[in-house]
Write a protein that binds this ligand. Structure first.
Ligand code: PLP
Length: 442
């Protein structure tokens, strides 16, 4: 049957019908058939303050009654101006400038274009990027090019997405002192390609859609030193890690360093609307200065600085001050650490927790085939992908609901179905080396 609505990452011939949502409040949503589920993944990690938060709703309604949008060419709007100022205030001093765009992917594209044009403006054209294996930075063309070259979408789009340089990413180096073998290889690659690399791009602390691999602040500090040494810009993609997800407002807050470009999305607009911010350091911004219009940054999406999105984002930032969001993330982290500990079950490769991110990694995707239905029977919405059964809940989730999510994740791993589900391809896949989920979040 032909279907009008084309779904993401889905084989449309076999994809099940969507479950229609009729209402949502706090950490829960309701389905048309009357079921009420606690959202364990905050709608692809964006609904950080929960659904229909009264103060965000009020801000959005008020802004709609004034105006929702004006173009950002010749015309300005207070919410966009105030949001730019608020983001500068929240981030380290070198990041002084904010360029808005319409999604995490476009925010990453903007950062990549800024890096390329920055070097062009200096008379040193460089247009390649170094990224990390396992990475996922979005679905548009330049973003795809910095996603994992083997496990991501590259093979289908060869010839469209440019070929980049990829460095190894440790599976987990939470205790790395910054002197590991991976960094040796990173340095060799940087040295070899410094003349052509505009920037290195990385998701700081946690490679989320790339398989929830975690690395240490020391790894990032060393990376900052290396990029400075070899004259390459550093981009932090905090589309997923930003706004409290790793325990601090931004993952960079745990590192003591600052990138040249920072990309924010998802939680920025609290799951209410699409928007992203690309923040640039003084040095990058100054690289575009002058009287020559040709040095100006060449990008300008229709909806950049959308007043409604910016007003929503401002209301969301207020909630970090008024409702102790980071305290809630710390509580969630504790619950996850306790709840996911001691999971010594055959087929479970390991568990990882960072802030409001909790992950069970298994050895074979086939083991997770029934996990979503199992969780739904227990009133929980999770959506495993590849070998990962994970939660990234709204920060306002009640402790009892968080327990339900963790119990559903754990409980599934304790079922006979989990124990006996193995795919035929399993024999070809080593437990630690199985493919990551760098094909998006589907
Ligand atoms: C780290 C990261 N960067 C970029 C993106 C792309 O964001 P969007 O889906 O809003 O385009 C994602 C989406 O999951 C992401 O996780």
């Amino acid at each position: 049957m032909s279907r009008k609505l084309w779904l993401p990452y889905a084989q449309m011939s076999t994809a099940p019908e969507l479950l229609s949502v009729t209402g949502a409040q706090g950490a829960h949503f309701e389905l048309a058939d009357g079921r009420r589920l606690v959202d364990g993944i905050s709608s692809w990690w964006s609904v950080i303050h929960g659904y229909a938060h009264p103060s965000i709703n009020a801000a959005a309604k008020d802004q709609i009654d004034q105006f929702a949008h004006v173009m950002m060419c010749g015309l300005g709007n207070d919410p966009a101006q105030s949001l730019a100022e608020a983001l500068v205030e929240l981030t380290p001093d070198p990041l002084q400038h904010v360029f808005f765009s319409d999604s995490g992917s476009t925010g990453v594209e903007v950062a990549m274009k800024m890096a390329v044009q920055y070097w062009f403006n200096q008379g040193q054209p460089k247009s390649r990027f170094m990224a990390f294996r396992g990475a996922y930075h979005g679905d548009t063309t330049a973003c795809m090019s910095v996603g994992d070259p083997d496990e991501g979408m590259h093979s289908r789009f060869r010839g469209l997405a440019p070929e980049q340089v990829f460095a190894p990413m440790p599976a987990s180096c939470a205790d790395c002192g910054g002197d590991c073998a991976h960094l040796g290889e990173v340095e060799s690659l940087l040295k070899a390609h410094a003349d052509e690399l505009a920037a290195v791009i990385i998701e700081p602390l946690v490679q989320c859609a790339g398989g929830f691999k975690m690395h240490s602040p020391a790894f990032l500090r060393r990376l900052r030193t290396l990029t400075d040494t070899y004259g390459v810009l550093l981009i932090f993609d905090e589309v997923a890690t930003g706004f409290g997800r790793t325990g601090t407002m931004f993952a960079l807050d745990q590192t003591g360093i600052c990138p040249d470009l920072l990309v924010l999305g998802k939680g920025l607009t609290c799951g209410y609307s699409a928007h992203a911010a690309t923040m640039a350091s003084r040095t990058v911004y100054d690289g575009f200065a002058g009287t020559d219009g040709a040095r100006a940054f060449m990008h300008g999406p229709t909806f950049m600085g959308n007043a409604l999105a910016c007003r929503i984002a401002l209301a969301g930032l207020e909630l970090f001050k008024n409702e102790d969001r980071l305290g809630q993330v710390a509580r969630i982290e504790n619950q996850l650490r306790t709840g996911l500990s001691n999971l010594a079950i055959e087929g479970v490769v390991g568990t990882r927790v960072k802030g409001a991110i909790g992950v069970i990694e298994v050895d074979d995707p086939a083991r997770l085939a029934g996990a979503q239905a199992y969780a739904m029977e227990r009133g929980v919405w999770v959506r495993p992908f590849e070998r990962f059964l994970y939660t990234m809940p709204p920060y306002i989730i009640a402790p009892a609901d968080m327990d339900r999510v963790v119990d559903a994740m754990r409980g599934w791993c304790e079922t006979d179905t989990f124990a006996f589900s193995r795919s035929e391809a399993r024999s070809n896949v080593g437990a630690g080396a199985a493919p990551s989920g760098a094909t998006g979040l589907g």
